[in-house]
Design a protein around this ligand. Structure first.
Ligand code: FES
Ligand code: FES
Length: 183
């Protein structure tokens, strides 16, 4: 007889709402969001950490939800694309993606948006990237943006428009001129 898998209680604060579940501890955060909470905005592209379609924010930091187990995040806050904005009250990045044609099929877009939110926060907090020349001076540039978003694959190749959209939001938030366009 096969022994049954133990089930564990997990409470996640998803888009501001506490959600308590009883889960097989092997269930990923991505499958928890999509299959157990029916929040299908977060996409499963590769399920192997290679495409970025499943990116969400956990306690404000971007994370690939296909590579992490839900039980590891008991008590933490998870933000998905559903929690960024609504059709009547878009997040500034959602609004900018629309105006800049930052998507075509839209499959990668929830991950691109969550990753962009996390990226702008990382730059604001001075978190360096692989292309940061001076670790004491982390500043916004198109090169920084391209590097930090390089884990989010877009098969429709909307990259230049995504960079333009995120650059515009950064400039609006910081009262600065936009860096050069394109990728
Ligand atoms: S589905 Fe998670 S990185 Fe592709
Ligand atoms: S908009 Fe189609 S994959 Fe990015």
């Amino acid at each position: 007889m096969t022994p049954s898998t133990p089930q564990l209680p997990v409470t996640l604060r998803v888009n501001g709402v506490p959600r308590t579940l009883t889960l097989d501890p092997r269930v990923t955060l991505l499958d928890t969001l999509r299959e157990h909470l029916h929040l299908t905005g977060t996409k499963k592209g590769c399920d192997h950490g290679q495409c970025g379609a499943c990116t969400v924010l956990v306690d404000g930091t971007r994370l690939l939800s296909c590579l992490t187990l839900a039980v590891m995040h008991d008590g933490q806050a998870v933000t998905t694309v559903e929690g960024l904005g609504t059709p009547d009250a878009l997040h500034p990045l959602q609004d900018a993606f629309i105006r800049h044609d930052g998507y075509q099929c839209g499959y990668c877009t929830p991950g691109q948006l969550c990753s962009s939110v996390g990226t702008l926060d990382e730059i604001a907090r001075g978190v360096p990237s692989h292309v940061t020349a001076d670790l004491d001076d982390v500043s916004f540039s198109a090169e920084e943006l391209r590097e930090r978003l390089s884990g989010n694959i877009c098969r429709c190749a909307a990259y230049p428009n995504i960079i333009a959209a995120v650059s515009e939001v950064h400039a609006a938030q910081n009262g600065t001129a936009q860096p050069e366009k394109g990728q």
